[in-house]
Design a binder for this molecule. Structure first.
Ligand SMILES: C[S@@+](CC[C@H](N)C(=O)[O-])C[C@H]1O[C@@H](n2cnc3c(N)ncnc32)[C@H](O)[C@@H]1O
Length: 248
């Protein structure tokens, strides 16, 4: 997955991707109270705390241009080469971004060089690929995610003393990433909703259209509901998102 995709798809990013308060609380709990925080792959600043010193690092000019006026200052740079001196920050965080990096190992090494603590929000590609939208309608997304490092690989790379916490997706999640609508399947029929799901850009457009049309048909004739009946009773779903903190 390439790193310049957000210069092409980043338009209107903030419309679909808003911080979910339950995820914000889980992240704040893991973060603790660092006085200084580096946000790597910061995008438009989702989940960035506003009550302490934050510096954002983001390679895409388009994403930087959509950061709110009150957001932290941003440097245009990549994780693999952070323009920051050693141990300058109490903590560095990377949220929903390492799967886009050219070299995630180098990026994490850089974070460990510049900060005393590292927090990563990442997804497990195998669990993500078992999500019904991928499994039943867009199966080649699983091939795209085969290149994504597993949570275990990330944790091992960070080193002993790492903590991994599950981060389930609430049924009414307001952050519009790909599995956010797991209990609201009709949402995937809306092109506006799909706009903020970067993973879909890696699919052949015909395959995407076919998959969405199959979903439409399965919703209409009750197939989706029969196949996913148990989901309709759940309040949150584990689709593989994990908060990884080093050291704990
Ligand atoms: C899904 S967005 C997440 C943005 C933000 N962290 C959030 O949670 O909303 C992924 C971001 O990673 C950035 N990115 C891609 N390659 C990168 C790299 N090599 N180093 C740092 N950031 C990168 C993209 O430009 C994009 O802004």
């Amino acid at each position: 997955m390439t790193d310049d995709i957000y210069d092409h798809i980043g338009n209107d990013y903030t419309q679909g991707r808003r911080p979910d308060p339950r995820w914000q609380a889980a992240l704040d709990d893991v973060l603790g109270q660092p006085r200084t925080l580096l946000n790597v792959g910061a995008g438009t600043g989702s989940y960035e705390p506003r009550d302490r010193y934050v510096l954002a690092v983001e390679p895409s000019k388009l994403m930087i241009s959509q950061r709110p006026a009150a957001a932290a200052p941003a440097l245009q740079a990549s994780a693999e080469s952070l323009p920051v001196a050693d141990k300058q920050f109490d903590a560095a965080m990377a949220l929903v971004t390492i799967h886009h990096w050219q070299d995630w190992r180098a990026g994490l090494r850089e974070m460990q060089r510049v900060a005393r603590r590292v927090i990563v929000l990442h997804f497990d590609p195998d669990i993500h690929s078992a999500f019904w939208l991928v499994r039943d309608y867009l199966p080649t997304l699983a091939d795209v995610w085969r290149e994504v490092p597993s949570v275990q690989e990330v944790a091992t790379h960070l080193g002993p003393g790492v903590e991994v916490r599950d981060l389930p997706v609430p049924w009414d999640c307001v952050d519009g990433f790909l599995p956010a609508y797991w209990r609201r399947p009709e949402a995937y029929l809306d092109p506006q909703v799909r706009q903020s799901m970067s993973g879909l850009r890696f699919l052949d457009p015909d395959e995407l259209t076919q998959g969405i049309e199959q979903l439409r048909s399965d919703l209409r004739d009750g197939t989706w509901r029969r196949r996913n009946r148990q989901l309709l009773k759940a309040d949150a779903l584990d689709v593989g998102w994990r908060l990884i903190a080093f050291p704990t």
